[in-house]
Design a protein around this ligand. Structure first.
Ligand code: HEM
Length: 598
């Protein structure tokens, strides 16, 4: 009997030691992090700017950190090397999303490309639809005119402000621009008008959605509270989603009617979506996809534009350099075409630098582990939320010299790009969940920014000195500027808001030098003579050095082209046909010059 007792005691001790050993090993393999308090864990460490607090904590605990946010185990990645591991090398294990409770409103997360898991066939189909029917090179090229028009509207709005010396609220103005850009891409329609309040509600709805989604929600840390939704975030989002979905549904009905009547060419995204509508992607998905594009595309683009302008106004030397480049390559006063962007390396550097220092989605969109994952010697437990702190990576002093300074020049000689291959700069994420809107954003941001810089001089409202400009960030689903950027556009040029085609021939410059000072004619020297298609034409009062330089190169051709244009316009006048008709087909200078020779 004694022998049996001894054996049992021995086995019991072995069992205890083994259990202790296993639990010790397990806890050892969890990544380091701050000690969690009972119940709330490390919640108090987040503060109101979690991207900054977590970047500071990472300096102490390392580039992979384990925290307990309420009841949710959270892993924070803060280095480019580990980001590559999460987003590329072990991509599949980290590809699903940690869905915030609020996004369950109107079953949005169950129908949405942002929140569906990657193994769901609907997610794959929706991604394919986005890649091939919305954001492919061909599709984007086909609706470039819509974006150009929205940029013209923005410049027009700034022009009106400049006439009365009023400041432009950059965030609001670019929010309207990107909202209308997306509504035009999807529905071929503006859903908000810069000059009226008629469509104010839609703008306010999208704005409110972004505000609610960006609020920290207790339910996400204590899932038991789901039932009561203590902050009412899901409740309010349900109301906003319902209204937007209702509006979208009305537009879809209208379109279906138009299509039935057969008076419609398949031109925009909605047509494409209705064409491919199947059992898998039904009307519900289409409505939520439209909603998603407004939510994901509006704030991100408009905040980026506002930050870029803020950095340039804070750094007048950089602003001057950017304007000089535009002047030399495009000719001062002109809007920037998407095709021009490749010719503007400094403008591209400015956009990259803005993405580095103000990434719009500072933690990417949170990922989730579906099972225990072995990761760089640690175990990341099942159901952990995974945040990649892109904001911290963009300011990592081991990657970037003077990381807090806005220095676009750092990208001059650098091959680093933001398309998801260089993990030092991943404002759009990487891997299979990389932002599908990237191709649109990287056309829209530089074209709008370049146009703003090239058509006006800018100064800060209220006599604020550049160095005193407030650059504080507000944390939300996107990183907004806390104090709106108010900037006064100063017209250095005469802005003619009418078709180039109605520029009267007798006003055409008479001398060679003068001819080079007209941006209309300089633009005509461009191979595509694209200015002829534009509504907003900016005429300069004085010739610039660049214009003169360009003019010298093409001086003969220009003079001849101009002569021909004047001649044609005069003939048109005589014949009482409109000048517009005569100049309808844009011609290259070469062909114009040839004709003139003949
Ligand atoms: C400056 C502009 C933009 C930035 C910085 C940006 C950034 C991002 C980021 C960081 C993600 C998460 C990627 C990840 O988890 O790895 C994302 C996802 C997404 N973005 Fe964008 N975005 C921008 C513009 C747009 C636009 C214009 C649209 C559409 C109109 C769009 C639609 C989406 C969608 C649908 C997703 C979810 C993809 C998925 O989960 O499969 N984004 N974006």
């Amino acid at each position: 009997m004694e022998y049996v007792n001894i054996c049992l005691g021995f086995f019991f001790i072995c069992f205890l030691v083994r259990g202790l050993f296993i639990s010790l090993r397990r806890s050892k393999r969890v990544a380091p992090g701050p000690f969690p308090l009972p119940i709330i864990g490390n919640l108090l460490l987040l503060g109101d700017k979690p991207h900054i607090s977590l970047a500071q904590l990472a300096k102490k605990h390392g580039p992979i950190m384990n925290l307990k946010l309420g009841q949710i185990n959270t892993v924070v990645i803060s280095s480019s090397v580990l980001a590559k591991q999460v987003l590329q090398k072990q991509d599949l294990a980290f590809s699903n999303r940690f869905v915030p409770d609020a996004l369950r409103a109107c079953n949005h997360s169950g129908l949405s490309v942002v929140w569906l898991p990657v193994n769901n066939s609907q997610w794959r189909t929706l991604r394919k639809v986005m890649n091939s029917h919305i954001f492919s090179g061909n599709k984007l090229d086909a609706n470039e005119h819509l974006r150009t028009k929205k940029i013209q509207d923005l410049i027009h709005y700034c022009h009106n402000c400049s006439k009365v010396g009023e400041a432009v609220d950059m965030g609001r103005a670019s929010f309207r621009t990107s909202l209308n850009l997306i509504s035009n891409t999807i529905f071929s329609k503006d859903l908000t008008d810069p000059f009226s309040d008629s469509a104010k509600e839609f703008k306010e709805l999208v704005w409110n959605i972004m505000v609610e989604v960006g609020k920290p929600n207790l339910v996400d840390y204590f899932p038991l509270l789901k039932m009561i939704d203590p902050q009412g975030i899901r409740w309010r989002l349900t109301e906003y989603f319902t209204k937007v979905l209702h509006l979208i549904s009305g537009l879809i009905d209208e379109r279906i009617k138009e299509r039935k009547m057969g008076n419609r060419a398949n031109v925009d995204v909605l047509d494409a979506l209705l064409n491919i509508s199947t059992d898998e992607i039904d009307r519900n998905h289409i409505e939520h996809l439209c909603l998603e594009m407004f939510a994901a595309g509006t704030d991100t683009i408009s905040n980026t534009l506002e930050w870029a302008m803020a950095e340039l106004l804070k750094n007048p030397h950089t602003l001057e350099k950017a304007q000089k480049e535009l002047e030399q390559i495009i000719g001062r006063g002109k809007l920037i075409d998407e095709a021009d962007i490749t010719k503007l390396p400094y403008l591209r550097c400015i956009v990259k630098e803005t993405f580095r220092i103000h990434p719009q989605v500072p933690f990417l969109i949170q990922r989730k582990t579906e099972e225990d994952i072995d990761f760089c010697g640690y175990t990341i437990p099942k159901d952990s939320q995974v945040l990649v702190n892109v904001w911290a990576i963009g300011r990592d002093s081991s990657l970037w010299e003077d990381p807090l300074d806005f220095k676009p020049e750092r990208f001059w000689e650098s091959e680093i790009d933001f398309k998801g291959r260089d993990f030092e700069l991943i404002p759009f994420g990487a891997g299979r969940r990389i932002c599908p809107g990237l191709p649109l954003a990287i056309k829209m941001v530089p074209a709008a920014l370049g146009s703003l810089l090239n058509t006006f001089n800018w100064k800060l409202h209220g006599g604020i000195a550049p160095k005193d400009l407030d650059m504080e960030e507000s944390f939300g689903i996107t990183l907004a500027k806390t104090q709106p950027l108010l900037a006064i556009p100063i017209p250095g040029f005469k802005l003619v808001v009418k078709r180039a085609t109605v520029v009267k021939p007798k006003k055409a410059p008479a001398t060679k030098e003068k001819s080079t000072s007209s941006s209309t004619v300089v633009a005509a020297a461009k191979p595509k003579a694209t200015i002829l298609k534009k509504k907003v034409v900016v005429k300069k009062s004085k010739p610039t050095a660049t214009a003169t330089k360009q003019g010298k190169k093409t001086v003969t051709a220009l003079a001849k082209a101009k002569k021909t244009l004047v001649k044609k316009a005069t003939i048109a006048k005589v014949k009482k046909t409109s000048v517009k008709k005569v100049m309808k087909k844009p011609k290259t200078v070469k062909s114009l010059a040839k004709k003139a020779k003949k």
